[in-house]
Design a binder for this molecule. Structure first.
Ligand code: PLP
Length: 437
């Protein structure tokens, strides 16, 4: 039948991104999704799941939004594609750049478009290095990032990614990338002193680390980073690919810290995943400096930089976020999510630290809550597998930790949070029972 055929063809022809390809080859896909509506996804066998991850932290306005399909159709019928290279332009890109500039923290004012987050980060690194070249400081090329960070898989983005398995995937990366402990300001200062500020181009950080396990920086960290960058003349890049567009209960994650970066990267939530789009917003100062120093072509641009359909979808998506007050909803429902985690924690011994800010959160799995000791083999994947059986999609993070992470769509209601928590509790209870037996 159709399902068997699809599984067979998937195994044979389809290399899944970020997957265990041997397992994939042996077992085939665990779910073939066919439809989405609101916070729910349906698979080919008719099972329904709460999409507790907004798929890849990106479907902010939820699944099945007809308005976005309409916006895409309308734009494609009118002008499916035209170039933004050099002097050419079109209205969707102009309007979207203007809209993003108006939403971004003050000072951030000019947008360079890409097709996703990896390209956005690569763009920021190249612009930073290019800027220093133009300033007559060609030695300023080093980029510092934090351990446990994830910045994507393009060559520059991989090189900046703190999670080692991504870097160890190949034996040669882009040069001049350095890493500091994710929470130690001391270590950042040490690396700057060791390497010499005159060799440093930029520091990049996620406001909250996503793929690394929903890790919050210590209080005051971002402000201190901004101070240090100013002191040594290093550009500060924030990676808002996950935290942008309402995820944390503010429009951009960095607003919680009141810090203004020199460049801010975005993707994912800008279109809620309905089209492929990302970009970098530059501060007015940096933008003006680039303009005044630049003598020739900016030799950087993707065919799909400012894709008309993607920009039209983004504009409609942002309109939905605003009119439905989804940033506010993320903030309110985030409180419910956290208290739901706490409720599970009070009942189940294997739940350690729980955390959430807006609709990004995590529960830590521990063997011993008092000491924080972990199980020898991570338990989070067992919970995720069990949750799937209960109709809940969530993600295990096992890089130096044993954590289950969540990022449900921003449209989620109080009732739906309760449903998510109910399913999660059943999954945790079932795994706890297996561990005890
Ligand atoms: N930066 C962050 C913080 C991300 O979470 C991701 C993707 O998960 C990326 C960058 C890479 O984005 P993309 O997968 O769109 O290239």
């Amino acid at each position: 039948n159709n399902i068997q055929e699809l599984i067979h063809l998937d195994k044979k022809h389809f290399i899944h991104p970020t997957s265990s390809i041997a397992q994939q080859q042996a077992n085939g896909p665990s779910a073939i999704f066919t439809e989405g509506k609101g916070i729910y996804l349906k698979d080919i066998q008719g099972h329904s799941y709460i999409d507790g991850m907004s798929s890849l932290w990106n479907v902010n306005v939820g699944h099945g939004r007809k308005e976005l399909a309409e916006a895409a159709k309308e734009q494609m019928e009118k002008l499916a594609f035209s170039s933004c290279f050099s002097t050419f332009s079109h209205e969707p890109a102009i309007r979207l750049a203007t809209k993003i500039a108006s939403l971004a923290p003050r000072e951030l004012n000019a947008v360079f478009f890409t097709s996703g987050g990896s390209e956005a980060n690569d763009t920021a690194f190249k612009l930073a290095r290019h800027y220093w070249l133009l300033k007559g400081k060609p030695n300023r090329q080093k980029i510092i990032s934090r351990t446990k960070s994830y910045h994507g898989v393009a060559m520059g983005a991989t090189s900046a990614t703190g999670l080692k398995p991504f870097r160890d995937f190949t034996n040669s990366l882009a040069p001049d990338f350095y890493y500091v402990d994710g929470s130690s300001i001391e270590e950042l200062r040490n690396v700057i002193e060791q390497e010499g500020a005159e060799t440093l181009a930029a520091f990049i950080t996620e406001p909250i680390q996503g793929a690394g396990g929903v890790n919050f920086a210590p209080p005051g960290y971002m402000q201190e980073v901004r101070r240090i960058c100013d002191q040594y003349g290093i550009l500060l890049i924030t990676d808002e690919v996950i935290t942008g567009f309402g995820r944390t209960g503010t429009f951009f994650g960095i607003e919680h810290d009141g810090v203004i970066p020199d460049m801010m990267c975005f993707a994912k939530g800008v279109t809620s995943g309905y089209a492929q789009l990302g970009g970098v917003v530059l501060s007015e100062t940096l933008h003006q400096e680039l303009i005044s120093l630049s003598r020739e072509t900016l030799f950087h641009g993707y065919t799909y930089s400012g894709h008309p359909m993607a920009c039209a979808v983004a504009l409609k998506n942002i309109e939905i976020i605003e009119t439905e007050k989804l940033v506010e909803n993320a903030k309110l429902r985030g409180v419910d999510l956290l208290s739901g985690f706490q409720e599970i924690q009070s009942k189940r011994n294997i739940i350690g630290h729980v955390r959430a800010l807006g609709l990004i959160g995590a529960i830590q799995i521990v063997k011993n809550r008092q000491t924080g000791e972990r199980f020898q083999t991570p338990v989070a994947p067992l919970i995720v597998a069990e949750a799937m059986k209960q109709g809940l999609i969530c993600r295990a993070v096992t890089f130096d930790q044993d954590t289950v992470v969540f990022a449900p769509p921003l449209i989620i209601t109080k009732q739906e949070i309760a449903e998510l928590i109910g399913r999660l509790d059943k999954a945790v209870a079932a795994v706890e029972q297996v561990l005890q037996s």
